[in-house]
Design a protein around this ligand. Structure first.
Ligand code: PGA
Length: 244
């Protein structure tokens, strides 16, 4: 049985004052709670010991002449246990390819981190009827051999639903999550079945229960609503309610 995961992605938001809200977040027994703050806050947030903490990206190398980058080992050293790789904003802003993201996921494992591998179609791809083809291609290209239920989480995030207030409807989410699950099962067998598949894209307190109740949705990757303690608390409670 897969455990629910409520994951927050703060993106480039959050100063140290925001840490004050962390201690009030619920930590239900049947649900993992993770926040990926900016790299500047990983260490202090992890030191609170209240929730799991992760990075938003990592370089493929352990160390070296890569100004501005952070390695998976540095995230682990700061107290992180996971890292997001292949978020659509990284794919768009930094031209990240499936091949690079696959290597980043391996870098995450090398450091002992769980890789949260993101994928999702653009509005144009959805309108052209290419959603499943696109998502499966990204899954195949971005997830390395050796992925297990423990070291990998998949996040399906339709690009057109991120930060827009638009959410994919239940049928759209179910279609993609079922297809991803079938592909993971076919490629990884039992471990594929253990891998969690999160939905991301305008998850809010008002839609979280509906989304988390869909088959093969094992939690959420939450951007905007994870910045507000009360909203993220409600989303964590929704995940716990939908978990077993
Ligand atoms: P959003 O972002 O919840 O603000 O739509 C989700 C994400 O990009 O992970």
């Amino acid at each position: 049985m897969r455990r629910m995961l409520a994951a927050g992605n703060w993106k480039m938001n959050g100063l140290s004052a925001a840490l004050g809200e962390i201690a009030a977040l619920p930590t239900p027994e049947n649900c993992d709670v993770l926040i990926c703050p900016p790299a500047t806050l990983i260490s202090d947030m992890a030191a609170l010991g209240h929730i799991q903490v992760g990075g938003q990206d990592c370089h493929v190398a352990v160390s070296g002449a890569h100004t501005g980058d952070v390695s998976a080992e540095m995230i682990a050293d700061a107290g992180g246990s996971a890292v997001i790789v292949g978020h659509s904003e990284r794919r768009a802003d930094h031209g990240e390819s499936d091949a690079l993201i696959r290597t980043k996921a391996e870098a995450a494992w090398r450091a002992g981190l769980t890789a949260i591998i993101c994928l999702g179609e653009s509005l144009e791809e959805r309108q052209a009827g290419q959603t499943l083809e696109r998502c499966i291609a990204q899954l195949d290209g971005s997830v390395p051999d050796g992925a297990t239920g423990a070291n990998t989480v998949i996040a399906y995030e339709p690009i057109w639903a991120i930060g827009t207030g638009l959410t994919a409807d239940a049928a759209q989410i179910a279609e993609v999550h079922n297809a991803l699950r079938a592909r993971l099962d076919a490629r990884f067998g039992e471990e594929g079945d253990k891998m969690r598949i999160l939905y991301g894209g305008s998850v809010k307190p008002g839609n979280a229960v509906e989304i988390f109740s869909i088959d093969n949705v094992d939690g959420g990757l939450v951007g905007g609503a994870s910045l507000k303690g009360a909203d993220f608390s409600a989303i964590i409670d929704a995940a716990a309610q939908c978990g077993s």
